[in-house]
Write a protein that binds this ligand. Structure first.
Ligand SMILES: Cc1cc2nc3c(=O)[nH]c(=O)nc-3n(C[C@H](O)[C@H](O)[C@H](O)COP(=O)(O)OP(=O)(O)OC[C@H]3O[C@@H](n4cnc5c(N)ncnc54)[C@H](O)[C@@H]3O)c2cc1C
Length: 535
């Protein structure tokens, strides 16, 4: 029976795919598409209010509001034929059915933080399903679980948990405006990853609309698909409507500090040591290093600054014992530390001043939008001092304040979970992850290409010090330099595995098998979506 169903869906998918280009032409009149949406939505009268076409005065603001990377917020960037902002599952189902009928591509957007803009850009005619209205959060303190819809941000999730409990939290991203939908799809790490792993390690159920428009939960989707959506990347398997998460215990008092050291204050030696201590630190300690360069003296001498940005799940006394025994040279003092609640530490790591009202977590759009290009690396062997010095030299060649690196230890819980338990394979053996950053505030294409070239050449310098064969990368730090799909509709496993093995290692093959079973017609596709085997 199951097999029959599968074959039928397969045929349906092929038929729709072949009829695509003809109907796409008719799509030039969005009214047809709107009619189709109304026809397939349960609440037909309301759908037109949830659809924005270019003639609608709010179209641009709805499109632009969550775009994070200013490189893609330009008049020449490709624009969607329309944006649907569903209120009900049936609106998502209708959008899928109609996109297939009219042969247009569909992009799914939750928080819009994709580094390469894949949730709102496409080279072929497309529509956006933007989940901004699907953002309810139901926290069950007794059960220590929550259902969170994909359109919510992690900041909203943290706020709603803290509203109900001071001793429960959730281990997801540092930046509060990140959308749950894309973030959970790719892993999701934050300040509690050494204690509790990633967001996906704590997801226990989900609701998804598949390419046939069916609403599935963990039981009806089966363990293969449920495995794939927890780390296999967004936009490949369906629209995840909501996620059920297991909340985790947090102490009522946590402690934070940020210590800054320049080269003159022995930053190189400290950073070198930081690499060595990661695996011995207690899981309650998260200490990331943020590296950047700036002009230190009146003569414009360049230096590097290493910021040791720390959360300890406990009080200051215990933290001081830990730092004295495992990292004495950092010389952390009681004055450097501040005790606070877990939810206040979320604000602290997001860069808000101490005492800021918690409600800032409810702001969806960050006011610090930048132009940027980021990349990622995984380090498995400590980098020698000479290697660090080589990095600093290259930083000095880039403009002040543009380049940054963020390093965070793995180990702890991350090392206990097997590489294939979920599609996220960067587990035991990883000392730390690097995020390479270039971010700037203004300028056109020339400025952009200068910074992008810098980070590409920095990345090639780093090759000798980081994971090899494959050179691993974090899918939530989307980087299309490492490869893309052929977007002409024909799927090419070999081409896709070039980037796929970097993000997923051997899990890539299982992701392709799941994709082939659930979306053989490749309805959900983008530059780095999982391809089905050719049919
Ligand atoms: C300022 C900033 C800070 C960040 N901080 C962190 C951090 O601390 N930790 C970390 O792990 N990552 C971090 N990230 C990366 C972030 O996790 C990813 O960019 C993530 O994919 C964003 O999710 P989104 O919903 O906001 O993005 P979107 O751009 O909406 O989506 C990203 C991808 O997922 C797909 N997608 C979105 N919603 C769904 C859905 N409901 N169902 C299926 N597919 C979907 C999209 O089509 C797209 O392919 C940060 C990013 C930025 C810009």
């Amino acid at each position: 029976m199951k097999m029959q169903n599968f074959t039928m869906h397969h045929h349906l998918a092929c038929l729709l795919l072949f009829s695509g280009p003809l109907l796409a032409f008719a799509m030039n009149t969005p009214e047809n598409f709107l009619q189709c949406l109304s026809l397939h939505s349960e609440n037909a009268t309301s759908i037109s209010k949830l659809v924005y076409t270019p003639i609608n005065s709010s179209y641009s603001s709805v499109l632009d509001i969550t775009i994070q990377n200013l490189r893609f917020l330009t008049p020449s960037a490709p624009k969607p034929l329309l944006i649907v902002t569903p209120l009900h599952v049936s609106h998502i189902q209708a959008a899928i059915i109609c996109s297939r009928q009219y042969g247009v591509q569909m992009r799914i957007r939750s928080g819009g933080h994709d580094y390469e803009g894949l949730s709102y850009l496409s080279k072929v005619p497309f529509v956006i399903v933007d989940l901004v209205n699907l953002r309810s959060i139901a926290v069950d303190v007794e059960d220590e679980t929550a259902w969170v819809q994909s359109g919510a941000t992690v900041g909203e999730l943290y706020y709603r948990i803290a509203e109900k409990s001071k001793t429960l939290g959730f281990p997801a991203g540092v930046c509060p405006t990140v959308g749950v939908g894309g973030h959970f799809s790719g892993g999701g790490y934050g300040t509690m990853l050494r204690k509790y792993g990633l967001a996906i390690d704590n997801v226990i159920d989900a609701q998804l609309v598949d390419a046939q428009g069916r609403l599935l939960d963990r039981e009806s989707m089966g363990e293969d698909l449920f495995w794939a959506i927890r780390g296999g990347g967004g936009g490949s398997f369906g629209v995840v409507v909501s996620w059920k998460v297991k909340l985790v215990p947090v102490p009522s008092t946590v402690t934070v500090f940020t210590l800054r050291r320049t080269l003159e204050q022995h930053a190189t030696k400290l950073v070198h040591q930081w690499q060595l201590i990661g695996n011995e630190l207690p899981n309650d300690l998260f200490m990331r290093v943020i590296l950047q360069s700036y002009n230190s003296g009146p003569n414009g001498t360049r230096t590097m600054q290493a910021s040791f940005n720390t959360l300890y799940l406990g009080g200051v006394n215990a933290l001081l014992e830990v730092t004295r025994s495992s990292f004495p040279d950092l010389n952390v003092t009681r004055q450097d530390c501040t005790e606070m609640s877990w939810i206040e530490s979320i604000l602290y790591f997001a860069g808000f001043p101490i005492g800021e009202p918690l409600e800032v977590l409810l702001n969806r759009s960050s006011n610090t939008k930048l132009f940027f290009k980021h990349k990622s690396d995984y380090v498995k062997e400590p980098i020698p001092m000479s290697g660090l010095e080589g990095m600093w030299e290259r930083f000095f060649e880039e403009d002040e304040g543009v380049a940054q690196m963020i390093w965070n230890h793995y180990g702890g819980k991350m090392a206990e979970i097997s590489e294939s338990a979920l599609p996220f394979p960067h587990r035991a053996g990883v000392l730390y992850k690097i995020q390479h950053i270039t971010a700037w505030t203004d300028g056109g294409n020339e400025v952009a290409s200068k910074h992008v070239s810098w980070i590409r050449s920095f990345y090639s310098y780093m090759a000798r010090y980081v994971s090899k064969s494959p050179r691993e990368a974090y899918i939530n730090y989307r980087d299309i330099d490492i490869g893309t799909n052929n977007m002409k509709g024909d799927t090419d496993y070999k081409r896709a595995s070039a980037w796929g093995k970097k993000y997923f290692k051997n899990n890539f093959d299982r992701l392709v098998r799941v994709k082939t079973a659930v979306d053989p017609g490749n309805f959900f596709q983008h530059e780095q979506s999982i391809p089905p085997f050719s049919f």
